[in-house]
Design a protein around this ligand. Structure first.
Ligand code: DGY
Length: 328
């Protein structure tokens, strides 16, 4: 059998399971540094390649997409694909794929980890204890917020938002959600209520953000929305940084409009507003919600499978622009 070997540029080392699968059929070149490649480095790496396997941190704009005439497939190692100019890829007839489903639980678990870290002041208390400040049990020491029997507000009830909400079962929470469509699972399993954003913001004790970044969701949470939240509210973001106006969030945390926030993502990643770093009422993660061994392996294999299908001219199983396959 003659193998139709093609060339693939991978913008970072990803788990071996994915790289091995690609190598079985094609030649791969992996960006050799453990950092985000600059746009010109991606363009250089892409030269003469048929496939691009990229990460959510790579700027895959029209310059990159149009830079290589051989390019036939873009497989992203992420579920969110706001970093890719899908319209430009579609215009060139290039399918783009993502990795949905395999990181749902790990991302929802991170949202819960942040929710608990903020509500029980885990990171602040850990530092306090390590600094030798624990001189004995204190009736007023590290008072936080209860989670059980409270109201959880889910903004964006897709796969991850749904998983986040379902995990509230053990805490007997009332669940409110904002979504473009009725979520039957949440309504049946949790008696959850679909509400307007304003009501969710006003009534929730915990607000967790799970919408993709689009023109419509950019700065969905700004000063006005933060001011609507309860003084005891805890805000969690594991979706995308630019959905939140980071300046307004800093103000809200500094001036205690809300109790605290747990953030995995930032408006100008990897830059983080300096003031956030100084505040005790925010817990910060380095965009690592999907960072479990299992999820990252599954993402690698899924991205590779999408790439293999796309290079064969087949519809990749997780194609986000299937219209490129519609015959004109
Ligand atoms: C994604 O895949 O979009 C997540 O943000 C990864 O953590």
């Amino acid at each position: 059998m003659v193998k139709n070997t093609m060339k693939i540029f991978v913008t970072r080392i990803i788990p071996k399971s994915g790289l091995d699968l690609l190598k079985k059929y094609h030649e791969i070149e992996v960006f050799p540094h453990d950092r985000i490649p600059a746009k010109d480095e991606i363009i250089k790496g892409l030269r003469g390649k048929d496939g691009l396997l990229c990460l959510l941190s790579d700027p895959i704009d029209k310059d990159v997409i149009n830079s290589e005439s051989n390019l036939k497939m873009i497989a992203s190692y992420a579920v969110g694909y706001d970093n890719i100019d899908i319209a430009a890829a579609t215009k060139k007839g290039i399918p783009v794929s993502n990795t949905p489903g395999v990181l749902t639980d790990s991302t929802a678990e991170m949202a819960w980890a942040l929710l608990f870290s903020v509500s029980r002041r885990i990171v602040e208390a850990d530092k306090f204890t390590r600094d030798g400040k624990f001189i004995g049990w204190g009736p007023m020491l590290m008072l936080g917020q209860d989670v059980s029997n409270k109201t959880l507000g889910i903004i964006g009830a897709g796969r991850i938002g749904t998983a986040m909400a379902l995990k509230s079962k053990g805490f007997n929470m009332k669940v409110l959600y904002v979504s473009g469509h009725k979520n039957n699972v949440l309504e049946k399993e949790l008696n959850a209520e679909k509400v307007k954003l304003s009501r969710l913001l006003e009534e929730s004790d915990f607000i967790s953000l799970h919408v993709p970044l689009t023109d419509k969701t950019h700065h969905l949470i700004g000063e006005k929305e933060l001011r609507m939240m309860k003084e005891t509210a805890i805000f969690v973001n594991t979706s995308r940084g630019p959905v939140v106006d980071e300046k307004a969030l800093v103000k809200a945390l500094k001036e205690n409009w809300i109790f605290g926030a747990g953030l995995d993502v930032y408006e100008n990643e990897p830059k983080i507003a300096k003031e956030l770093l100084k505040l005790d009422n925010v817990v910060l993660q380095p965009h690592s919600a999907s960072a479990t061994v299992n999820s990252r392996n599954r993402m690698a294999v899924m991205a590779a499978e999408n790439m293999l299908a796309g290079l064969k001219g087949e519809v990749p199983p997780n194609c986000v622009n299937p219209e490129v396959f519609v015959k004109k």
